[in-house]
Design a protein around this ligand. Structure first.
Ligand SMILES: NC(=O)c1ccc[n+]([C@@H]2O[C@H](COP(=O)([O-])OP(=O)(O)OC[C@H]3O[C@@H](n4cnc5c(N)ncnc54)[C@H](O)[C@@H]3O)[C@@H](O)[C@H]2O)c1
Ligand SMILES: [Fe+2]
Length: 376
């Protein structure tokens, strides 16, 4: 009998996926939506408790000392870990959190991430690193994760990033800012309770909300667009307009609508791609640590050449909602620093291709990109 080495499932899937013309993407397992649905968390996670292994509640540090903490359904050895999201998640933090949990408990039943995009991404990454060897930086890329993580649930407290539905978790590593994109990355469960976003600060709510608006504009104006993305993108855009253009004052309905806009916007880019604003803001974020939402706003503000109607409407929303968009943030940077941003941005090939077509390199030269960075 000849020896036939068995091929691991992840490798087999990766090979099969790479031969497929149409993307066959994994989605979130379960979704609950509604005001007060957070109160159902106990029943939702109960079937996923494994003997004495604890559930870990990874909660945005904003909620330290807030009443939400008293509403967590803690049992047995369950633990609350506060996520410091002053900076967007780093691979080093993911590795540290996963190691601490392994040292303290050996195994855990699951990770429940409660917060904005940063905390949700952190929760996805820690869940994966509970079951995958090495460092999370080894898995920054596409379909590199080898094993499913532990049970993971995502509960947004800010609306806009679409991190609740995506198959990635964006991490800054030693050499790059890139997500762990894989079929194992989406949450097993999401709890969409708009009540949790009620008290978000006006500027932050706008910046994160604009991430969704920009996802829609980039997806709907991209060359990768198909009817699947268009259907979700148009709905998300309509909801963004209701809350940021039409509404006189922010109310509960605005929170309800922005939460669904985020979901639909995330679904839209799942089957297409983002575009110029994201490609350029990744460079800002890598060099200057500019956060995703505000960074996208700083860039989008100057993209009239690429998205004329979207930028006009964006400027109207900025004015109407009385938001500050920082200016001149690249003033005084050295040639070397501009080059770093240009390199990071140029590396985002699928984003440029979606935005400008296959020949994007002819349109977006390094010189042109430098001029754009100088205007930010
Ligand atoms: N995985 C994805 O598909 C995806 C997509 C887009 C962005 N992202 C990531 O999401 C992150 C940005 O997420 P974000 O814009 O949601 O912000 P965030 O999670 O970085 O949080 C921003 C700030 O808001 C605070 N905050 C959170 N909820 C609050 C609330 N209810 N009330 C008051 N303050 C609150 C946080 O403590 C933090 O100070 C970035 O790290 C970005 O890379 C991920
Ligand atoms: Fe985004």
């Amino acid at each position: 009998m000849s020896f036939v080495p068995s091929i691991p499932l992840w490798l087999k899937n990766k090979f099969l996926q790479s031969n497929m013309k149409f993307r066959n993407f994994k989605m979130v397992g379960y979704v609950v939506y509604g005001r007060g649905s957070f109160n159902q968390l106990n029943e939702i996670i109960e079937p996923h408790r494994k003997e004495d292994d604890p559930m870990i509640f990874l909660v945005d540090h904003f909620f330290k000392g807030k009443s939400l903490i008293n509403r967590l359904p803690l049992r047995g050895h369950d633990k609350v870990v506060f996520a410091d999201v002053t900076y967007e998640p780093k691979t080093s933090l993911v590795d540290k959190l996963a190691q601490q949990l392994k040292d303290e408990f050996g195994k855990v039943s699951g990770i429940i991430g409660i917060g904005g995009g940063s905390t949700m991404d952190l929760a996805k990454a820690v869940s994966l690193m509970m079951n995958n060897p090495g460092s999370s930086s080894d898995y920054q890329g596409w379909d590199l994760v080898k094993f499913p993580g532990v049970y993971k649930a995502g509960i947004p407290t800010l609306s806009g990033t679409g991190a609740e539905v995506s198959r990635t978790c964006v991490l800054t590593g030693p050499t790059k800012k890139l997500g762990m994109n894989s079929d194992f990355t989406p949450f097993d469960q999401i709890v969409l309770d708009p009540e949790l976003t009620t008290n978000a600060p006006v500027n932050q709510r706008f910046y994160t909300g604009m991430d969704c608006y920009i996802h829609c504009i980039e997806s709907l104006n991209g060359t990768y667009l198909n009817e699947f993305s268009k259907s979700y993108g148009e709905k998300a855009l309509q909801l963004c307009r209701k809350v940021f253009v039409d509404k006189r004052e922010w109310d509960d309905e605005s929170d309800d609508q922005l939460m669904m806009a985020s979901y639909a916007g995330g679904m839209s880019i799942a089957y297409s791609q983002v575009g110029v604003a994201h490609a350029v803001s990744y460079g800002l974020s890598y060099l200057l640590g500019t956060k995703h939402g505000i960074g996208n706003c700083i860039v989008f503000d100057k993209l009239e050449e690429y998205y004329p109607d979207g930028v006009k409407e964006f400027k109207f929303m900025v004015e109407k909602n009385k938001i500050d968009i920082p200016q001149n943030i690249t003033k005084g940077l050295s040639d070397e620093q501009f080059d770093t941003m240009i390199n990071v941005s140029m590396g985002m090939k699928p984003l440029w291709e979606n935005a400008l077509g296959r020949d994007w390199e002819k349109t977006m030269t390094r010189e042109k990109l430098r001029k754009l960075y100088e205007r930010l």
